[in-house]
Design a protein around this ligand. Structure first.
Ligand code: NAD
Ligand code: IPM
Ligand code: MN
Length: 361
């Protein structure tokens, strides 16, 4: 089959990791007889450098006309990059939020599981890890604090900044349905994470999630306050199956969950709308501190490409082949620096991509 894939290389390590994920997709084409036609879409700093803005209408149109989007990461070092001299609405991150909104990507899935092979890279003690863990964070992505009204103003010589956290019941319902649907295909447990002891938006969240749960009697629902969840993730990560949460909590908790898998360089993600269309990107950022050094871990992006194959192109066998190849390389002891442990062989970004590509059959 012929598919059109938009590539967003982005900034920092973005181009390095997207090149490796593209290498994997090319190998999938070769082995399984598909054709992928790629287009390049500018976002973030890369778009600012060319167009003066982090996202153009043309870029959105190009992304929309593809079957799926594969993205690296955007952004730079806020202290040194000229992008951060611009007003906030023109900075790289504003482009990322704008494309999520423009494509209606309200459901951000971030799977966090511990490969047996990476137990040594997990910072938790063995008794905390137990039999390992396998969870998926379902993060609402187009509402909440990220998209509420904000302003900074001075009154009587005092500066005040306001960010608004708002959710309506439709926004809560559609992400809750997504989480329960996913839970039905897994271990049938949803942990809905909120701050209902303080926030009105969380109290509405809880009420709507309870309503949605009635349609899924087989799924066990529990509610957990976000501060407790942050603690439970390092106390006993094995208790979680599906974590359902709002935008900002999901952002923070997914970085925390990533570290117990060994490294943020392992955590893939899919951002989906109501259709099969999606934008696939690692959960991590552009890592300006290691950009250009050839040492970034490309696995999160490669696993995101596997999610693209599975969710947007319906190519399950091909997605399985990529995931199996990743596991094989880890089993053979190859590691990038972020997941390195004793007795393993350290490799760079390109070598890791080559090793995984070679193992796709
Ligand atoms: P970051 O995720 O870029 O980096 C945090 C730490 O993790 C750094 O030490 C980095 O070297 C390391 N790291 C991240 N990815 C890695 C990988 N693949 N392999 C090995 N190590 C890796 O977070 P940050 O430093 O807070 O943010 C840097 C920039 O990225 C900022 O401009 C931020 O806005 C942006 N950002 C973008 C996205 C995205 O595009 N989706 C996500 C998060 C942050
Ligand atoms: C992520 C990132 C983004 C977010 C930033 C770069 C806007 O941290 O994708 O996790 O907060 O959603
Ligand atoms: Mn984040």
């Amino acid at each position: 089959m012929n598919y059109k894939i938009a590539l967003i290389h982005g900034d920092g390590i973005g181009p390095e990791i997207v090149n490796e994920a593209k290498k994997i997709l090319d190998k999938v084409c070769q082995v399984y007889g598909h054709t992928f036609t790629y287009t390049n879409v500018l976002l973030g700093g890369a778009s600012i450098d060319v167009h003066g803005v982090p996202l153009t209408d043309e870029a959105v149109a190009e992304a929309k006309s593809s079957d799926a989007v594969l993205m690296g990461s955007i952004g730079g070092d806020a202290k040194t990059s000229p992008w951060y001299q611009l007003e906030p609405s023109k900075r790289p991150e504003a482009g990322l939020l704008a494309i999520r909104k423009a494509l209606n990507l309200f459901a951000n899935l971030r799977p966090a599981y511990l490969y047996d092979e990476l137990k040594a890279a997990c910072p938790l003690k063995e008794d905390r890890i137990g039999d390992g863990f396998d969870m998926i964070i379902v993060r609402e992505l187009t509402g909440g604090l990220y998209f509420g009204e904000r302003k900074t103003e001075e009154q009587d010589g005092v500066m005040t900044a306001v960010d608004t956290l708002s959710y309506n019941e439709k926004e809560i319902r559609r992400i809750a349905v997504k989480a329960f649907e996913i839970a039905m295909k897994r271990r049938k447990k949803v942990t809905s994470v909120d701050k209902a002891n303080v926030l009105d938006s969380s109290r509405l969240w809880r009420k709507i999630v309870e309503e949605v749960a009635k349609d899924y009697p087989e799924v066990t629902l529990e509610h957990m306050l976000v501060d407790n969840c942050a603690m439970q993730l390092v106390h006993n990560p094995g208790q979680f199956d599906v974590i359902l949460t709002e935008n900002m909590f999901g952002d923070i908790l997914s970085d925390e969950a990533s570290m117990v898998t060994g490294s943020i360089g392992m955590l893939s993600s899919a951002s989906l709308n109501e259709t099969s269309f999606g934008l696939y990107e690692p959960s991590h950022g552009s890592a300006p501190d290691i950009a250009g050094k050839g040492i970034a871990n490309p696995i999160a992006t490669i696993l995101s490409a596997a999610m693209l194959l599975r969710y947007s192109l319906n190519l399950d066998k091909e997605a399985d082949a990529v995931e199996t190849a990743v596991q094989a390389v880890l089993k053979e002891g190859y590691r990038t620096g972020d997941i390195m442990s004793e007795g393993c062989t350290q490799v760079g970004t390109v070598q890791m991509g080559d090793l995984i590509a070679e193992r796709i059959h």
